[in-house]
Design a binder for this molecule. Structure first.
Ligand code: HEM
Length: 503
């Protein structure tokens, strides 16, 4: 057989394989996983201090990757004692080894949503909610099937409801900026993001419930203790020990926020009646469905938006006015051609879509993913194979895996058009949803069921913004699990453009 025909046969065969299939390479040397855990207890405390204070998140991984000259190594994952029973992990930092975490035949995802520790089920009415279940547990199938069906029933509400909340968001931002030199975007974004989420699932504004006008602050009070072990507030050196003892060492007990959670439960159980009535089709009882809905709406969706929306403005703000002009041009032209902001119109916005994927690649909103080996396995980086023992925990740090220089050119650079044209092929290396962007969530995997909604929300945010504004300036700084964005100027769409887009 000529080499040409054997190559094309190989390509044909590869085309028939599932797209998440990674060929196991036999040419790679089998190596011991480098790194280690240090002395019991003290090793984990040292790694924790390196992670939060001495080296910082990226610095922690970068230093070890350089020291061991490997993208796979052993270390203690944060937060460590006494929060986690066992902080020992195998860190994965490249695009070749990371996807083992998506393979449900090889890894178990039970109780690993937050990593090496699991917050008390006291935060969720005594239930282990969907995010903590492994697909091998029957409840996972029932709950995920239920939510996938709830989401598809809401399809027609996604765009109009979001546009309504975004109109108010940008109106508030603009009017605050007219009287102040600078305005923090996050608190305004949080208010209207929650307004949207509540409206989507409950069919009314949270203001008309027991949650009142400060609904999202009540939700924040419930959210923060669950993620506190992963946060540093950025305190001065003198206060680091106090912060470490307070939030990284012992879990914050749920009774402290029980009254807030009771309010949230009351608001959802009395307002989301239509959504909750559907639970029985999936053999779920209403109470369990309601606690799950709260987690999905308030933690997964609202919590995700708290990080994603500021991230979008951070990167687009940094890119500057020429990208703003290109986005405005694409968005306004297509909306005009298509006669409105529709799914079909958004699908045609190739630059807008690429920008959203690039933000999700360069700064994935949920940076950590975990899984326990279900059996003895061999994992592969680009350069070597490594044996992992049954029960060992793998910890993927996604911001490095999606900046893998062997996959992406100039990986640390924000390239707005990266996923346009042929670049779309590299979407299989975009992992923000705990799966490849080229694949879909199912009841049998742990990929985010909000994947399409999240991408849509980000696109609609840009569409709504650039229909109203020409450009903006902002500054950004790290803040809790994401970024604080502060707007310093906002330029409304010029009268000339307004007239043109109405022609
Ligand atoms: C920016 C927004 C979001 C981000 C970054 C995000 C990210 C993720 C990630 C990384 C996971 C997997 C975690 C793991 O097991 O390791 C996940 C799971 C999940 N997400 Fe999202 N998500 C977002 C929004 C949403 C939305 C809008 C929904 C639903 C409306 C949602 C519902 C869920 C649920 C229920 C799971 C658990 C899936 C399962 O058990 O199979 N998320 N999400």
């Amino acid at each position: 057989m000529s080499s040409l025909s054997s190559n094309s046969l190989l390509r044909d065969l590869e085309d028939q394989l599932p797209s998440n299939y990674e060929k196991e390479r036999e040419d790679l040397p089998l190596k011991e996983i480098p790194g280690g855990y240090g002395l019991p207890f003290f090793g984990a405390i040292k790694d924790r201090w390196d992670f939060y204070y001495n080296q910082g998140q990226d610095g922690f991984f970068q230093a070890r990757m350089t020291q061991y000259n490997s993208t796979v190594f052993r270390a203690n994952g944060p937060p460590g004692p006494f929060m986690a029973k066992n902080p020992k992990v195998i860190v994965l930092l490249d695009a070749a080894s990371f996807p083992i975490l998506f393979d449900m035949t090889k890894v178990e995802k039970k109780n690993v949503f937050d990593g090496t520790y699991m917050p008390s089920t006291g935060f969720t009415g005594g239930y282990r909610v969907l995010s903590f279940l492994d697909p091998s547990e029957p409840k996972h199938k029932a709950l995920k099937g239920y939510f996938l069906s709830v989401l598809s029933s809401k399809h027609d509400n996604f765009i109009p409801l979001l546009r309504k909340s975004l109109t108010e968001l940008f109106h508030t931002l603009n009017s605050e900026l007219s009287s102040k030199k600078e305005v923090q975007f996050n608190p305004i974004s949080d208010t209207y993001s929650f307004e949207y989420v509540f409206n989507l699932f409950c069919g009314k504004t949270p203001k008309d419930t027991i949650l009142g006008s400060k609904a999202n602050t009540t939700v924040d009070t419930w959210l923060v203790p669950q993620v506190a072990p992963l946060i540093t507030i950025g305190v001065s050196k003198f206060l680091q020990l106090a912060e470490d003892l307070l939030i990284h060492t012992f879990p914050i007990p749920p009774f402290l926020v029980k009254s807030k959670y009771d309010k949230i439960y009351q608001a959802f159980s009395t307002s989301a009646t239509k959504v909750l009535d559907r639970a029985k089709e999936f053999a779920l009882d209403k109470e369990e469905a309601c606690h799950n809905l709260i987690f999905l709406a308030c933690f997964n969706t609202y919590g995700g938006m708290k990080v994603l929306f500021p991230n979008l403005f951070k990167w687009i703000g940094r890119a500057g006015p020429s990208l703003h002009a290109q986005l405005a041009h694409e968005i306004r032209n297509i909306v005009k051609q298509e006669g409105g902001v529709t799914f079909a119109a958004i699908e045609k916005m190739v630059l807008t879509k690429s920008v959203v994927y690039e933000v999700l690649r360069i700064e994935p909103p949920v940076p950590f993913q975990y899984g326990h080996a279900k059996e003895d396995l061999v994992i592969q980086s680009h350069d070597a194979s490594f044996k992992v023992k049954k029960g060992e925990m793998m910890f993927g740090y996604q911001p490095f895996a999606t900046k893998d220089p062997k996959v992406f050119e100039n990986p640390k650079k924000f390239v707005a058009c990266r996923f346009m044209g042929k670049g779309e092929e590299n979407l299989k290396y975009v992992f923000w949803s705990n799966g490849r962007e080229s694949e879909d969530p199912t009841v049998d995997n742990k990929q985010c069921p909000g994947k399409d909604l999240v991408v849509l929300m980000a696109r609609v945010l840009l569409v709504e913004f650039f229909l109203k504004y020409d450009t903006f300036t902002c500054v950004d700084e790290p803040f809790l699990l994401g970024t604080m964005v502060t707007f310093t100027s906002l330029t409304k769409v010029s009268k000339f453009h307004q007239l043109k887009s109405m022609e």
